[in-house]
Design a binder for this molecule. Structure first.
Ligand code: APR
Length: 280
């Protein structure tokens, strides 16, 4: 803040100096941007990890190409592959990871300006991140509606259809359109909540990017909106996007849960983090 003058540069781009920055600056307006990599430890495959990613494991669905499973035009003609996948991915049987718990801890400490997520598993909500601090940029399984007339479809009825692998149809007989969860498919617009929050990364005093390949725009462009002097931390198995190009970028490459535990230890937040995680 102005009172403390511009934050000192991190210099050595280490997690240690970033921890000092968080404790001494202190970082009160942290923006977290995350993807499927923070949920793999919960048992939900990501999309693009070679071998284990979803896109490498959809062969049995005879898709013309992997991402067709989330393409609105393909869904209109062949909704079955998505509903096969929906049964595997449907929220309810997965537990938040320590990485989700860390985001909830930031919110609990009043330091989370916003958590932008690409994930549709609702694990940020399950971990206790307040709803007004989450932007589900690619929607989620939380609600569903007819893709033709937009009539909402009842939640319990949806769960029943997914579990029985029956493709749900619009309740309005005269419509009979296909029902789809409010997940953003390729070819669909992002929720207005994404656009309404897109000014926030420029207000951040720290950006944390976790578990994403930064391969799908416009989400992938978010880290670039951070002001030039603001530190950006990447917690990911591999270097992605343009992370690491700025002098105050910190790259903590490897499993994000390990990076999070290392950061929490440096911050003296380990006890609190583990207790919060056990309680979700
Ligand atoms: N710890 C750290 N990084 C991990 C871990 C882990 N445990 N597991 C996977 N990763 C990394 C992978 O190395 C990869 O860089 O997370 C990233 C996951 O990338 P993707 O599978 O592409 O997932 P994501 O970035 O969320 O995909 C973006 O693509 O298909 C669309 O809409 C879909 O929201 C999704 C979007």
């Amino acid at each position: 803040d102005e009172a403390n003058g511009p934050p000192q540069t991190l210099g050595d781009r280490s997690l240690e100096s970033l921890a000092h920055y968080i404790k001494d600056a202190p970082a009160w307006r942290i923006v977290v941007m995350c993807g499927a990599g923070i949920s793999t430890a919960a048992g939900i495959p990501d999309f693009r990890s070679p071998g284990t990613g979803l896109y490498d494991n959809l062969a049995r669905l005879n898709l013309p190409y992997a991402e067709a499973v989330f393409d609105i035009e393909y869904f209109r003609k062949h909704p079955e592959p998505f509903y096969y996948l929906a049964k595997e991915l449907y929220p309810g049987k997965f537990h938040p990871t320590i990485s989700h718990a860390f985001i909830a801890l930031l919110a609990k400490k009043g330091r989370l300006l916003m958590n932008f997520t690409q994930n549709i598993d609702c694990l940020e909500r399950r971990a206790g991140v307040p709803a007004d601090k989450i932007v589900e940029a690619h929607g989620s399984f939380a609600t569903q509606r007819c893709i033709e007339c937009r009539t909402p479809f009842p939640d319990d009825d949806m769960l029943d259809h997914v579990q029985r692998e029956v493709v749900p149809r619009c309740k309005d007989r005269s419509c009979g359109g296909l029902v789809k969860p409010d997940i953003v498919f390729f070819g669909e617009a992002l929720p207005s909540a994404f656009r309404d929050a897109s000014h926030l990364p420029a207000m951040a005093d720290l950006v944390i990017v976790m578990g994403t390949s930064l391969s799908v725009y416009p989400f992938a462009g978010l880290p670039e909106y951070a002001q030039p002097h603001v530190p950006r931390l990447l917690l990911n198995k591999e270097r992605v996007g343009r992370m690491g190009y700025r002098p105050d970028d910190v790259l903590e490459l490897g499993p994000c849960d390990a990076g999070i535990r290392r950061l929490a230890a440096l911050l003296g937040w380990s006890e609190e983090l583990e207790a919060l995680w056990r309680g979700v």
